[in-house]
Design a protein around this ligand. Structure first.
Ligand code: BGC
Length: 253
């Protein structure tokens, strides 16, 4: 990798695809983030075209540096294995190979919550915590990253625990709060049930709430009573892009 160029982080989401070059010294964006609407249907080829557009946009800052890409599904060795909230044609797609072939650069593709967890681990709320940290992103779905003494256990998918007969994310994700018109306090009740169950199974030392709603944590966190401290992500929505860029840089060494 060129020393003057920064790695690029790209976050593929259901409604938007966002990217920015990342300053890994500071753990922050090195330029203003670019957001492009996710194409519908969000097929692999259509999404790869948008990713290529974002790469072109930041070509001057990022050169031939590696690219870290987050995806909202299980990803093992760059291959997408599930599709809870994305186009089903992704299942079985080697996203890493597809995007790398399209942009001609080294690419690492990881689960979105795992990337956010890595971002928070190195630059945010999980820094200096050497126990077990659960980073949970509350958005359209619930994503989870489990970090044990700084090591990521990938693809934990704790948003899909079955609780009270429901797929947990269908009751406790931020999308459920919006769709059902729940008050913050009512939603906090759902979160209490969810995190209480997760805590009984995993006993984390710290829980970090990620996703856009982490910026409004004062509305719901005071209603939660858990064993572990529960805090908002410090990098908020930037955590995934920053964590993905960090992982891409590591993989290129
Ligand atoms: C997916 C996870 C993802 C989470 C957040 C869930 O529905 O199964 O892989 O991390 O949503 O996007």
């Amino acid at each position: 990798m060129s020393t003057t160029h920064q790695p690029l982080g790209i976050d593929i989401g259901g409604s938007g695809i966002k990217g920015a070059p990342v300053d890994l010294q500071r753990g922050e964006f090195a330029a203003e983030r670019l957001r492009i609407e996710t194409p519908q249907p969000s097929t692999p080829d259509a999404v790869a075209d948008v990713v290529a557009e974002i790469c072109d946009h930041f070509a001057d800052q990022t050169g031939d540096s590696p690219i870290g890409v987050t995806f909202p599904a299980v990803v093992t060795s760059g291959v997408v294995r599930s599709a809870a909230n994305v186009d089903k044609t992704w299942v079985g797609t080697d996203a890493q190979r597809l995007i790398s072939a399209r942009v001609g650069r080294q690419v690492v593709v990881v689960n979105d919550a795992d990337a956010a967890g890595v971002g928070e681990l190195h630059y945010g709320a999980a820094r200096n915590c050497d126990g077990l940290v659960l980073v949970a992103t509350l958005g359209t779905g619930i994503g989870s990253a489990l970090l044990n003494c700084g090591a990521l256990v990938p693809n934990t998918e704790l948003g899909h625990l079955e609780i009270d007969g429901y797929d947990a994310e269908s009751r406790a994700a931020n999308s459920a709060r919006e769709a059902e018109g729940l008050s913050w306090e009512q939603w906090a009740g759902r979160l209490q049930r969810y995190f209480g169950a997760v805590e009984d199974l995993f006993w984390p030392d710290l829980i970090v709430i990620g996703g856009g709603v982490s910026k409004k944590s004062e509305r719901y966190l005071p209603h939660l009573h858990l064993r572990a401290p529960i805090v908002p992500a410090q990098l908020a929505n930037a955590a995934g892009i920053i964590g993905a860029a960090w992982l891409a840089e590591q993989a290129s060494r």
